[in-house]
Unconditional design. Structure first.
Length: 254
């Protein structure tokens, strides 16, 4: 059988290949909170629900919520990184166990952008930093990659900016700009990103499918009938989409 080239490949340029955390399928990097989450949760009150409903399904049963977390691939932190943020997010210091080795040159795990590059009207915070990346990323001809913060992970400390790179034609290292989050509204705080923690989610896509024309029109009678039918099926079984429509994504990992 003819073996097609993978849609995406990762090539290490760090001689310490055996010691750097490796990219992998996104499903392998689910956060601990969702692994601990039960399938149902008791209702605490206040919701506009019939009085006989005592509990509801959690997002642990929500296929769309989970599928976007499974989509694509994750590049994890290559080593432990410690951050101390001061001046209400305006200054930082950092430390890590090791540097990257890119082409024989030592490279810090974190570098920075000039905040003015974001202009004066943004709401991204006072710091614009960057995770330096030890991986060359290549895709099939015609395929680009969306780089974004891992979907639905609930990270409270940092958020990568989203971007698209034409990785079929670009052979250089792609680094990942990010901003510091201050979810607890503190003046000074510390956090650690552990080796193997997810940094960025990567979703390859075919450019001609995403940047093409669209069609906007009224629904047909057949589409209305399908809508009403699916509406009835969902109303009778809240798990209908997950059980009858949703495809098992793990079987696609070939």
């Amino acid at each position: 059988m003819f073996n097609r080239k993978p849609i995406i490949e990762f090539f290490s340029v760090d001689p310490a290949f055996d010691h750097v955390a490796k990219p992998g399928n996104s499903r392998k990097f689910f956060p601990d909170w969702i692994k601990r989450l039960k399938m149902t949760s008791k209702i605490s009150g206040g919701q506009r629900l019939p009085p006989d409903i005592q509990e509801l399904d959690t997002v642990r049963k929500c296929a769309p919520f989970l599928d976007v977390m499974r989509a694509g691939y994750i590049i994890p932190a290559p080593a432990d990184m410690w951050f101390k943020i001061t001046n209400n997010g305006g200054a930082y210091s950092t430390d890590y166990r090791s540097n990257l080795n890119i082409g024989g040159n030592p490279v810090d795990l974190v570098s920075e952008h000039v905040p003015e590059q974001l202009g004066s009207e943004h709401t991204f915070g006072k710091l614009a930093l960057k995770f330096n990346n030890p991986w060359i990323i290549k895709t099939r001809p015609g395929y680009s990659c969306l780089f974004t913060s891992p979907f639905n992970h609930g990270n409270k400390y940092f958020e990568c900016f989203s971007g698209v790179v034409d990785t079929d034609n670009y052979g250089n290292i792609i680094n990942f700009p990010f901003r510091i989050l201050n979810a607890d509204n503190k003046d000074t705080w510390e956090f650690t990103i552990k080796r193997g923690d997810p940094l960025v989610q990567i979703i390859p896509f075919k450019r001609s499918d995403v940047y093409g024309k669209i069609k906007v029109t009224k629904a047909s009678a057949k589409q209305w009938a399908k809508l009403n039918c699916d509406n009835d099926l969902v109303a009778g079984n809240f798990s209908w989409y997950r059980e009858k429509i949703n495809e098992n994504k793990i079987t696609l990992e070939k």
